[in-house]
Each structure stands twice: as structure tokens, then as C-alpha cells.
Design a protein around this ligand. Sequence first.
Ligand code: UDP
Length: 139
Amino acid sequence: MATNRTFTMIKPDAVQDNHIGGILQMIEEGGFRIVSLKKVQLSAERAGEFYAVHKERPFYGDLVKYMSSGPIVAAILEKDNAVADFRTLIGATNPAQAAEGTIRKKYAKSIEANAVHGSDSDENAQIEGDFYFSADEQF
Ligand code: UDP
């Protein structure tokens, strides 16, 4: 069953380059309500845990290093059809293929440093949101 929430992170390069405000503005203007929000630095261990599904992929080690290289902004977002609509708003993983008007088209630097994360399913949105936010931080 589709739920109305998704989870995002503004990744280290975009935080470092002062794009938190610009990205949150695109998110709100895209019709999403911010349910939960925090700036946090992941340890390599926590980043590895978050991306455990990618453990066997060749980019896993670099991704963990990158995601723990500086603070990120984590958020739970709400909108009808949130997961799919947010994937549309962020654009393709590789910014070279991201459509005009998407967050990655505007802010991503490379296939790794691609500015934002977006959950790929309702189930993962729930798991990922709970990874960062306790129940009394989700409202
Ligand atoms: N990634 C990478 N190299 C690749 C593919 C992905 O560094 O060849 C990184 C990138 O930061 C991406 C993340 O791993 O956002 C997760 O990959 P996924 O295929 O799930 O892409 P997404 O769902 O984020 O678009």
C-alpha cells in the first residue's frame, strides 16, 4: 500500500556548498511538507549501516567515505504519492541524465556527489526515516 511519506538526505557536497536552503525551497515548492528535519554528521559505521543494501556494489566503500565526509541534512517529507513524486523531483542518479527542473540537475556534481537521496519504496522510506528520527520527532 502506498504511504504518503518519503525520506531524503541533503548530501555532504550540497551542505558544504550552502545549498540547504535552495534544496529545501525546491522541496517545499514541489508540494512536500517537512515532517522531520535535522543536520547530522554520520560516522563511517553509521553510513555503512544506512547503505548496507549496496554492500556488494563496487561503489559502496567510496560512498560510505563520501557520506561520512561532512554533515548531511536528513528529513522526512509528506505528500500524496511521496516516494514516486520525490524521485521525479530529484531526477536521475547520474546528473548528466537528470531532467531540467530537477534538484540533481541544479545541484548535483557527479554520480556520487549527487546532492540528495530519495527513498526508492514505501518500505525503505519508513526504515530510513526511523534510522534518523524517533517517533516523537515525526509529526
Ligand atoms: N552511486 C555511486 N556510483 C554509482 C551509483 C550510485 O556513487 O555508480 C551512489 C550515489 O550517491 C547514489 C547512491 O550511490 O545516490 C545510491 O545509489 P542508487 O542506485 O540507489 O541511486 P539513487 O536511488 O540514489 O538515485
